[in-house]
Design a protein around this ligand. Structure first.
Ligand code: WTA
Length: 637
């Protein structure tokens, strides 16, 4: 195996960047050449952004699992591919070598086949953070089934919506999941979702919590029983199905500014190349490193930097089932010491919550194995950056602030650990191959430095979104229609005097709560499901730990009862429709909402009120009923 393309010095970064702009195809052909292809590509790139139609490595044939597993067997067979740390530190951890992973993925791929799953079928995976989740993902990829992982915190309704959108006929789940002191009844949630989805004909259930579950005959089967069947049949290897570079690998749903989540589609070849390239370069992965990404595989970060990127690079990836604060706030640091973690990739919200516990939980730890720290999901504020730098990195570990999105598949703008300089609260510079530009409202490029604008990307990169599942037009209007010939990120951005990028947050109606994207329209739709709600408007406000909190203004029919009970009720409704992550932090009952004469809600005004900056509301004379603003300000929570 040739080692993936790695840039090791600031000069090499400059040179690679320049080359990637002048000769993108030559650059990416070189990066891609270290992977295992069954057949080489006929062309590196064909594209237009107007349809959009982007094809990377056209004509190439591969299977990503051959790259993640098979090709490492000769050299790394006995090396841990996955270290699994359970929720409860008293329970035994698991080490899964590359050879074990090969065997387990092949076995489960045979289970899928034996249950009728074929290339191109959509498989929904709704599991906790157990190794079988990674195994299920890879088993799908091995047989060319398209996985759609749904985060374990989503509710039955959200699952049903996603199952219907992808028309997934197979579901893989667990009886339950452990998270801190909670037990989440995953199979029960699936059962509730499936009431609406009679097209699902197979549910494979892994035992994890031993929670009693009901199994429907003919539809529901146990993971272990299915494995035994495969063994009885004497099936061992499952050949990796030959995939076209542009065949879909997975769908991952994410929020946008409309009420309906979008199924972002990534493809086999380009995604593999970019996830691995960005992993190796941003974190400056060294053979033998233990990489601990604290995300959940239910999000893109887990897909790219727990599963595909690290495994393609032959790394040891650490999967953690639990939460950072249970049984105590030293959990991450225990794990770092126990497994001598070298790379820790986490989220600002986790750092901020741990900061709240003071230095006690950190001090008893050595942490000297750490070499690189990483942050993702939202801008890392300077205070959290410094805390991480001093107390965890002991002043010697570079921190990479990685900006990217579900749609980009991999890290786009970030410093490269120890190679290019960090600047607190800046994602800094684009990776070679990535061409960001800033534009004004009319789509005119804003050139020069010390400027702000909307962040767009002007040239394709291998792991970019190809379509939104089942609705290509939606992909076009969402990302490629705002500004012609550009991919629009939805983020605002500042470029400093040295060309460093600082993401300033979403410019659309999408919130970023604890690093998770939540569309305000989705939350409003959920609130409006409550029988007592007439209308609602949701905005974000600064929150010490979550980054952004959710502030809901609600017109409610019966405010004479106990307001707090009504609030609880509304929160429950949101948790039931979307999931607990979307619960509003604040609910204010109002008699009306500020609207223009044409009936449009003036969110700008509500945002200022939620941010407690009523002085900045500005002119309200164009409103239908300016008095309502006064009332809302006076009753602010
Ligand atoms: C935000 C997560 C600032 C941004 C990988 C983006 C960030 C959205 C950063 C994507 C960062 C992510 N600095 N903002 N380092 N990383 N974001 O799809 O608004 O869950 O558009 O992907 O998170 O969130 P998503």
């Amino acid at each position: 195996m040739s080692y993936p393309y790695q840039i090791k010095t600031a000069e090499a970064y400059e040179a690679a960047y320049e080359r990637s702009v002048k000769d993108p195809e030559g650059f990416w052909a070189e990066v891609a050449s270290s992977f295992l292809w069954r057949k080489r590509w006929d062309s590196v790139l064909e594209w237009n952004f107007s349809d959009p139609d982007v094809k990377w490595f056209k004509g190439a044939k591969l299977n990503i699992t051959a790259n993640c597993i098979d090709r490492h067997l000769g050299t790394l067979g006995n090396k841990p591919a996955i270290i699994w740390e359970p929720n409860d530190p008293e329970e035994h951890h698991r080490l899964i070598t590359y050879r074990d992973l090969y065997q387990k993925v092949n076995q489960f791929a045979n289970v899928l086949k034996n249950n009728g799953v074929q290339k191109g079928d959509r498989v929904c995976i709704y599991m906790g953070m157990v190794p079988e989740l990674a195994i299920a993902v890879l088993a799908c990829a091995r047989i060319g089934a398209i996985h759609s992982v749904i985060f374990g915190g989503f509710s039955a309704q959200s699952i049903a919506d996603r199952l219907k959108d992808a028309h997934a006929q197979t579901v893989i789940t667990c009886d339950g999941a452990f998270r801190g002191n909670k037990e989440i009844p995953l199979k029960n949630v699936i059962d509730d979702a499936l009431v609406q989805c009679d097209f699902v004909n197979k549910v494979i259930v892994l035992t994890r919590t031993h929670t009693p579950v009901s199994m429907i005959k003919g539809r529901d089967v146990w993971w272990d029983d299915e494995i035994r069947k495969i063994e009885t049949l004497g099936l061992h290897d499952c050949p990796a199905v030959e995939m076209d570079a542009e065949d879909p690998l997975f769908i991952l749903y994410t929020s946008g500014s409309t009420g309906k989540p979008k199924g972002v589609v990534h493809t086999c070849g380009g995604y593999m190349v970019y996830a691995t390239y960005s992993f190796v370069n941003v974190f400056q992965y060294q053979p033998g490193d233990v990489h601990f990404c604290t995300a959940d595989i239910g999000w893109i970060t887990g897909h790219s930097y727990i599963v595909y990127g690290p495994l393609c690079a032959g790394a040891t990836t650490l999967m953690f089932e639990g939460v950072p604060t249970w049984p105590d706030a030293g959990r991450f640091w225990d794990i770092v010491d126990e497994y001598k973690v070298n790379i820790l990739y986490t989220a600002p919200t986790a750092i901020r919550s741990l900061m709240g516990y003071g230095l006690g939980p950190v001090q008893a730890h050595d942490l000297s194995s750490l070499r690189v720290l990483g942050s993702v999901g939202e801008p890392i504020n300077e205070e959290a950056w410094q805390w991480l730098h001093e107390n965890i990195g002991k002043g010697k570990c570079p921190i990479v602030d990685t900006w990217w999105q579900t749609e980009t598949g991999g890290i786009m703008i970030s410093n490269m650990a120890g190679v290019t300089p960090a600047k607190p609260s800046y994602a800094t510079l684009p990776l070679p191959g990535i061409q960001p530009i800033l534009v004004d409202e009319n789509g005119n490029e804003i050139t020069g430095n010390d400027v702000s604008g909307n962040l767009c990307i002007k040239h394709p990169w291998p792991s970019m979104i190809r379509t939104t599942y089942g609705d290509h037009e939606r992909c076009r209007t969402n990302y490629f229609a705002t500004y012609p010939d550009l991919y629009f990120t939805g983020d605002g951005c500042y470029r400093d005097e040295n060309g460093n990028y600082r993401i300033t947050g979403r410019v659309d109606d999408v919130l970023n709560v604890s690093g998770h994207r939540i569309g305000t329209a989705e939350v409003e739709n959920a609130i409006n499901m409550h029988a007592g709600v007439i209308e609602s408007a949701v905005v974000g406000y600064p929150h010490d730990i979550k980054g952004q909190g959710i502030y809901a203004f609600v017109i409610f029919t019966n405010t004479h009862g106990d307001e707090n009970l009504s609030r609880q009720d509304i929160m429950q409704t949101v948790a039931r429709i979307i999931g607990p992550i979307a619960k509003p932090d604040k609910i204010q009952f109002v008699s009306g909402l500020p609207k223009t004469r044409s009936g449009k809600i003036m969110r700008r005004i509500l945002r200022k009120i939620a941010e407690n900056e009523p002085g900045q509301i500005g002119d309200t004379s164009t409103l239908l009923d300016p008095a309502v603003v006064e009332e809302i300000i006076n009753n602010r929570i």
